[in-house]
Design a binder for this molecule. Structure first.
Ligand code: GAR
Length: 190
């Protein structure tokens, strides 16, 4: 099977969706490393429960982003990682990661890109008052949320409950991300 790494900063529901798809055979792959920039994040508990090796680090313990990314790249190289899946990793990658893994890094973003880039896409779209929401899986390049689109899924929501909306976004994200990764590993979706 293929060898994946997931990068996450928070809750980790997308990480768990990917790991579960590996476990039940929907993905012919294994998550060989979780990278997390917040050692207390819930995603680290999920990884421990699922037996996924974790590199959790504090950016402040390093002199620079390039320095911690050099450590990450070494770990990815050592484990033969083929595809890096960002899943709520709330940091912009530097040249170190992009030079080493460019073209093999994908991200999930909770809006229909190119609308609502950035860290607060669901809230921004909700406050804007859109009636069609969605999710995007895309390649990562040096433009924020700007890489080539791999997959998108849209849904209608006209309610006024942002928590209900967030739950709907996550429910769309999990299968879309798994299907997009499956396509990439099978050589489709390019
Ligand atoms: C997801 O909704 C993901 O799309 C979003 O963070 C959430 C992480 O949830 N990513 C971004 O906003 C990136 N700009 P999770 O930790 O439960 O997977």
């Amino acid at each position: 099977g293929h060898r994946l790494a997931v990068f996450a900063s928070g809750n980790g529901s997308n990480f768990e969706a990917i790991a579960a798809a590996c476990a039940d055979g929907r993905l012919d792959a294994r998550v060989v490393l979780l990278v997390c920039d917040r050692p207390g994040a819930y995603v680290c508990e999920r990884a421990a429960r699922l037996g996924v090796e974790t590199f959790a680090f504090r950016p402040k313990d390093y002199v620079s982003k390039e320095a911690y990314e050099q450590d990450i790249v070494r770990m990815l190289d050592e484990r033969g990682v083929e595809l890096v899946c960002l899943a709520g990793y709330m940091r912009i990658l530097s040249r170190v990661m992009l030079d080493a893994y460019g073209g093999r890094i994908v991200n999930i973003h909770p809006s229909l890109l190119p609308a609502f880039k950035g860290a607060h896409a669901i809230r921004d779209a909700f406050e804007y008052g859109v009636k069609v929401y969605g999710v995007t899986v895309h390649y990562v390049n040096d433009e924020l949320d700007g890489g080539k689109i791999i997959a998108q899924r849209a849904f209608d929501y006209t309610g006024a409950d942002v928590q209900e909306l967030e739950a709907m976004v996550h429910a769309v994200e999990h299968p879309l991300y798994v299907e997009a990764i499956a396509g990439l590993l099978a050589g489709r979706n390019r």
